[in-house]
Design a protein around this ligand. Structure first.
Ligand code: NAG
Ligand code: NAG
Length: 569
């Protein structure tokens, strides 16, 4: 056994410390860059590139992790789980990219001495042997919001705040860094992503739980629903950080003990074929081009899950040459192939309505010229006073009300739409039973700046307000990919100014079932339908979670479609 005395420490400049002292009570180690000596701990896990060490001299401070990752493949070969060892090394803060947080580790380990072997190694059960994870905020840097720091987590390493593991999620996981833990009763809140990572929650308190067992992001809390998600049982592994996230590296391969069904029932209602029961769907079909390999699956979903709605708002329809940048802007081939395939699959005939954009002016995948478009069943709905608009024609609300261009785009030269899709407005009438038209506004707001989305919301809402000014009882339905949460300012502007209401509210959709998109662990609502007072009467509505609960490779689109049934006469 090696002895470490003050003389040695003085000569080498190395200091004798505990693991808790190395980790400290902040994100960055107070010993960063310093050599340490005589560090003692129990080996809790061994990987090919290093070992995880738990302190044999713990303190009683919940903010200072009692475990540490030791980076070194030679050390990994020298020791075994259950050994109590001492070693020397250099405290290092490591990250593989500038946008990530740092992982505190001991690098260049030397002088590994095994004091004893075969010691018992018990994982800490999260929520029992540790605090429970906090449920709402990531970091004190968010200052009460939930949208700040996750956009640039590296700011945390600069501010290096004192850890508050009872309050903030990132602080909680940081306070367990390097620790061997068990998650009891783990459920997947999503299917594995493209890297095979799966987000889980344990048997601790969660908020926003939805029927599939995922967690829906919202302002409000609701009562937990029945759990149906993928059930993994207990997972034991070490807490670490890589590729931008705190992670648990399981000690054994994990597979779900029980899978939620990847099969989804079709929408629970169907069209009456008259103005008393029109079905209208909204779907961001993700860069749909004539040659898209996912086009047949989009067709399958429209036919078998959405039950061939009378009218479909589509976003991300690409031009006839798809992402080839060749000046082609029309999507008539894309839409013809889609509607022809629906016909061949179901015998249901659709027509389409679109306004081609100016080449390269609407953002999205280069060359693709994505746009909003409609497909509709001409036996059930027809364009009301059709008058095809051009790419630069600004639509107007005429007396009636009616539209100058049908279909037509809203204020296409307004700077609000720079490098972004222009909303496509149309007026329709049910072939059977209707006296009045109904109006639809198909949007795909920009995914980039909040300010631009706010202006887009304002311009779109002003147009809709003009329809309702001419007829407060007009039927207006605005739907699409708003790229925004309803509770956030751009959409608050939108509802206040337009006079429309969120259909989730009107149809009393449970708060935690309001989602159409999965971002990391969060089920989120980016796609919405808004309705005028007259259009909301007796409505039925369903978000179809066909894509958010698929394995990554089985997703047809990155968004879920939604279907509603309206009484528009
Ligand atoms: C994130 O924050 C870091 C640290 O302040 C800064 O250097 C970096 O430019 C930021 N990155 C982005 C994408 O804003
Ligand atoms: C698409 O539009 C072009 C130009 O109007 C026309 O020549 C062509 O026949 C159309 N194709 C389909 C499939 O509708």
């Amino acid at each position: 056994m090696k002895t470490v005395g003050p003389l040695f420490a003085a000569i080498s400049g190395a200091v004798a410390v505990t693991i808790a002292e190395i980790n400290g009570d902040r994100f960055i180690s107070p010993y960063n860059g310093k050599a340490v000596t005589g560090l003692e701990g129990l080996v809790t896990a061994v990987t090919s590139s290093g070992i995880y060490l738990r302190s044999t001299n713990p303190d009683d401070d919940v903010t200072t992790s009692e475990s540490l990752y030791v980076f070194g493949s030679n050390t990994a070969k020298q020791v075994a789980v259950g050994d109590i060892i001492t070693l020397d090394g250099k405290v290092t803060e490591y990250r593989s990219a500038v946008d990530y947080l740092f992982l505190t580790e001991l690098s260049s380990p030397t002088g590994v001495t095994i004091l004893s072997s075969g010691n018992e190694v018990q994982p800490l059960v999260i929520g029992k042997d540790t605090l429970s994870p906090p449920t709402s905020s990531f970091s004190s840097l968010d200052e009460g919001g939930v949208y700040g720091v996750p956009n640039n987590a590296s700011l945390i390493s600069v501010a290096n705040p004192k850890l508050q593991p009872e309050e903030y999620g990132l602080d909680f996981w940081e306070s367990l860094m390097g620790e061997l833990v068990t998650v009891k009763g783990a459920y997947g809140v999503s299917r594995p992503n493209q890297y095979g990572d799966v987000w889980i929650r344990g048997d601790w308190k969660v908020t926003g739980e939805n029927k599939q067992g995922g967690v829906t992001m919202s302002d409000e809390d609701a009562n937990p629903e029945t759990i149906m998600g993928d059930y993994y049982g207990d997972i034991t592994g070490v807490v670490y950080y890589a590729f931008g996230f705190y992670r648990i590296l399981p000690l054994t391969h994990i597979t779900p003990l029980r899978n939620s069904s990847a099969e989804h029932d079709p929408v629970g209602f169907s069209s009456t074929g008259t103005c008393k029961g029109l079905t209208i769907a909204d779907y961001n079909a993700e860069n749909l081009a004539p040659t898209s390999t996912h086009l047949p699956q989009v067709v399958d979903q429209i036919v078998n899950k959405l039950r061939t709605p009378d009218l479909i708002f589509l976003q991300e329809v690409q031009d006839n040459s798809g992402p080839t940048n060749d000046g082609v802007v029309s999507a008539n081939v894309t839409l013809s192939i889609l509607t022809q395939s629906i016909f061949e699959t179901s015998g249901v005939r659709y027509d389409f309505a679109e306004v081609a954009p100016e080449d390269g002016m609407d953002g999205g995948q280069p060359g693709g010229n994505i746009r909003c478009a409609y497909i509709y069943r001409p036996d059930i709905v027809e364009l009301y006073k059709p008058n095809q608009g051009g790419s630069l024609d600004a639509n107007e609300v005429l007396d009636g009300p009616a539209l100058k261009y049908n279909p037509g785009r809203i204020d296409p030269t307004n700077a609000a739409w720079d490098a972004s899709r222009k909303p496509l407005v149309a007026a329709w009438r049910a072939v059977k039973g209707a006296k009045k038209p109904f109006f639809t506004v198909n949007v795909h707001f920009t995914s980039k700046g909040v300010d631009q989305r706010a202006t887009q919301a304002d311009v779109t809402a002003s147009f809709i307000a003009q329809i309702l000014e001419k007829d407060p009882k007009a039927y207006v339905i605005a739907a699409g990919d708003f790229n925004e949460f309803v509770q956030v300012q751009p959409l608050r502007i939108f509802t206040e100014k337009s006079g429309l209401t969120d259909l989730d509210e009107v149809a009393h959709i449970a708060t935690n079932e309001r989602y159409t998109y999965l971002f990391d662990m969060n089920s989120q609502a980016l796609d919405h339908t808004f309705v005028s007072p007259a259009a909301g009467c007796g409505v039925q509505y369903q978000h179809m979670h066909l894509n958010t609960w698929q394995n990554y490779d089985d997703q047809v689109s990155d968004h879920d479609p939604s279907v509603a049934k309206f009484h528009l006469c």
